[in-house]
Ligand binder design. Structure first.
Ligand SMILES: [Zn+2]
Length: 448
C-alpha cells in the first residue's frame, strides 16, 4: 500500500483541499482511476490524466464525528473568591483537604480554604507528589475510609487534582484498586465516587475541568478516566499561581499548548467551531505565554494563560474531531524513565513528531501555519516547515531545551523508551493508529 498526499480540486466549488490518502487500488491504463480511502468511512475516487486531476467522480471526505458533550464542572474564576466555598459544599460534610508539598501554605491558598470551610470537620492529607504515586494515593484512600470522609477538596496543580480524582474512585471500592489503572481510556464500571472540588494553583493540565487523571504505578503512568470524577467545582484564582517557580510556568504553557495540538493538528473534518477555538487558545498562549513566563505579577497575562490551560482540555475543542495523543504517550515514557517534567517532554517530542508526520498531517499543519502563526509567504511546504520551527522556537523562548542530549538521553536510552512502550502495548499511536514504534524511534533519534 502506498500512502501519499494529494491536492484535490472540487469542481463544484473550485476549492482546493489537501488530503492524506491511502491508495487501495488502481484500474485502467491511460485514464488511471485511483480509489483512495481515508479512515474507514470515507472513499474518494479520482480520474488522473497525465498526473493532473481531471475529474472527481465521487467524493466523500470525513466530516465531524458524532459526539456527546457533557461537562458539569462549575468554574469560579477570579481573585479572592474562596469565601464562596461555603455555598458549594454541604454544611455537614466531613472534608478531606488534599495538597502536595506545602506551596499552598506559602501562597496562602490553604489558609483561605480552611477559612472558607468554616466549621466543617476537616482532615488534611499532604504529600501528593508530582506524577502522583499509586502507593501515596492508597494511603489517602485508607484515611478517607477510616475517617468516613464525604467530600474531597484538592488544593494544588495537576498532580494533586489527578490524585484526588483517583482517590474519589478508589475510596468507593474495597479491593483490587490497581484494576482502576489498567483500563486505558475506558471508564471503570463502578456507579459512584466521592464528590470532589478543586482549587487550582497551577495552570497546565486542565484537570480542573475534565474527567481524566494520570497515576504512576511501578514507574509507569496510567490514565484513569471516569465521568464520576468531574470536579463539582473548581476555583481558578490567578493570584495563587504568582509564587510558582518560573520553570513550572514554562512547563504549564508547553503542556497546554500541546493539549490543543493533540486535538487540532490531525486531519480536517470541517469542525469549524472546534478549530477556531483551538486556534484562539494557541494564539493566546503564544501571545501571553512569554509575558506570563517573564512576569509573575502580570495578573492579566496570568488570567489569560490560566483560562487557556483550562479550555485546552475541557472537552470543547476535542468534541467530534480526531485526536492524536502520540506526543503524550511518548512524553509519559520520558517522564516515567528519566523524571523529566511532563510539559518539557512534550516540548521535546512535538516538533520532531510534526516533522515526521508532515505528510499525514499536511492539511492541518498548513492551517496551523496560516491561521495560528499567520505565515503567508512561501510554498505550502515552506509554510509548514516555518510553523514547526516557530513552534520549537516558542518552547525555546520559555527556556525549554528541546533536545534529548540535554537530558543525557542517548541511543541506548531511546531503545529502552521504545521497549517500554512495547511492553505497555503502545504500538499503534496517533489519530490514524498508524504510528508504530519504528516511527517513535525515528522521532526520538531526530530529537537527540
Ligand atoms: Zn499533558
Amino acid at each position: 500500500m502506498l500512502n501519499s498526499c494529494c491536492d484535490v480540486v472540487n469542481i463544484a466549488s473550485g476549492k482546493v483541499r489537501t488530503l492524506y490518502l491511502e491508495l487501495v487500488g488502481t484500474t485502467s491504463q491511460q485514464s488511471k482511476v485511483v480509489v483512495c480511502r481515508q479512515e474507514d468511512t470515507a472513499f474518494i475516487s479520482f480520474n488522473f490524466w497525465l498526473g493532473s486531476i481531471m475529474h472527481i467522480s465521487k467524493q466523500k471526505v470525513p466530516t465531524m464525528q458524532n459526539f456527546d458533550f457533557y461537562n458539569p464542572t462549575h468554574i469560579i474564576f477570579g481573585q479572592q473568591r474562596l469565601n464562596e466555598l461555603d455555598k458549594l459544599i454541604p454544611c455537614d460534610a466531613k472534608v478531606m483537604v488534599l495538597y502536595g508539598g506545602g506551596s499552598v501554605k506559602r501562597n496562602g491558598a490553604l489558609n483561605q480554604v480552611l477559612e472558607g470551610l468554616g466549621s466543617r470537620k476537616v482532615v488534611e492529607f499532604s504529600g501528593i507528589e508530582p506524577n502522583p504515586q499509586f502507593t501515596t494515593l492508597m494511603r489517602a484512600v485508607d484515611k478517607v475510609q477510616s475517617e468516613d470522609i464525604d467530600f474531597l477538596l484538592a488544593v494544588g496543580g495537576g498532580s494533586v487534582m489527578d490524585g484526588t480524582k483517583f482517590i474519589a474512585l478508589a475510596s468507593k471500592i474495597e479491593e483490587n484498586h490497581e484494576s482502576l489503572l489498567f483500563r486505558g481510556f475506558v471508564s471503570p464500571t463502578q456507579h459512584s465516587a466521592l464528590p470532589l472540588g478543586c482549587v487550582a494553583t497551577l495552570p497546565a493540565t486542565g484537570s480542573e475541568m475534565n474527567m481524566s487523571s494520570v497515576v504512576t504505578y511501578q514507574d509507569q503512568k496510567y490514565p484513569v478516566m471516569s465521568p464520576l470524577t468531574y470536579p463539582k467545582f473548581s476555583f481558578l484564582d490567578p493570584t495563587f499561581t504568582q509564587t510558582l517557580p518560573q520553570e513550572q510556568i514554562a512547563n504549564g504553557i508547553a503542556d497546554a499548548f500541546v493539549h490543543v495540538v493533540e486535538q487540532y493538528i490531525t486531519y480536517p473534518v470541517n469542525a469549524k467551531v472546534q478549530d477556531r477555538i483551538a486556534e484562539g487558545v494557541l494564539q493566546t498562549l503564544i501571545e501571553e505565554g512569554p509575558t506570563t513566563y517573564a512576569n509573575n505579577d502580570d495578573i492579566e497575562a496570568r488570567e489569560n494563560f490560566m483560562w487557556s490551560a483550562t479550555m485546552a482540555l475541557n472537552g470543547v475543542i476535542g468534541s467530534g474531531v480526531p485526536q492524536d495523543w502520540a506526543t503524550h504517550m511518548i512524553g509519559h515514557e520520558l517522564t516515567a524513565m528519566y523524571g523529566i517534567a511532563h510539559g518539557r517532554t512534550l516540548a521535546i517530542v512535538l516538533p520532531y513528531l510534526l516533522r515526521e508526520r508532515k505528510k499525514q498531517k499536511r492539511a492541518k499543519l498548513l492551517q496551523f501555519a496560516e491561521r495560528v502563526w499567520q505565515i503567508t509567504e512561501g510554498s505550502d511546504d515552506e509554510k509548514i516547515d516555518q510553523a514547526i520551527d516557530r513552534t520549537e522556537a516558542f518552547f525555546n523562548s520559555l527556556d525549554i531545551v528541546t533536545k534529548l542530549s540535554h537530558y543525557n538521553i542517548d541511543n541506548d536510552g531511546i531503545k529502552t523508551v521504545v521497549q517500554n512502550m512495547e511492553k505497555m502495548g503502545l504500538t499503534a499511536l496517533s489519530e490514524t493508529r498508524d504510528l508504530g514504534l519504528d516511527t517513535v524511534s525515528r522521532i526520538l533519534r531526530s530529537a537527540r
